[in-house]
Design a binder for this molecule. Sequence first.
Ligand code: S3P
Length: 206
Amino acid sequence: MNQHSPADLKGRPTEAEPYPAGIEEGVRTRLRNRCIVLVGLMGAGKSTVGRRLAARLGLPFKDADQEIETAAGMTIPDIFAEHGEDYFRDGERRVIARLLQQGPAVLATGGGAYMNAETRVRIAEAGISIWLRADFDVLMRRVRKRSNRPLLQNPDPEGTMRRLMDARHPIYALADVVVDSREIPHDRVVHDALVALDGWLAEREP
Ligand code: S3P
């Protein structure tokens, strides 16, 4: 192995796996007017992977959390502190409904968005959902880096994360496609997402 190559956890070179030829064009064409919607827990990498996936496909990238902040003129911690979680969830539901109507894009949603049944129906109608799945240690390592998540601002963020995993994983599992987000370069996860999307679309729209 080239000593200067980045390596994944098993020590394999990461750039060894080229994209199947034309995969972006195939996904983009069969996607038609739909959105690709990333769901999953806080720290799964939805925004980072989503931005890169959008660039690969030549699609706009939209971040629901950012759009909610813009619409409210406040940060998410401030929305939670001043108006409470129910108010946030209501805004989240409306903002995602609007974003889904704006034509093809890659949309990263906040971790709780897919728990709303109405939002799940809208996503199924206007998009293809990808659950970006990550294990507990990966999620905790990532969320510890920032303090912008109100649900984890308590004395036991680990316990909270475990409870959220228990409650949410069965719902995230309803997504069309599952992609594992691990401690590997994000482009590898993007690659896995493209391959999974290609397979899903090819089965339904050969
Ligand atoms: C939340 C996740 C956050 C944000 C809000 C609530 C959740 O988004 O929407 O803090 O309920 O899991 P990220 O998943 O992008 O961190």
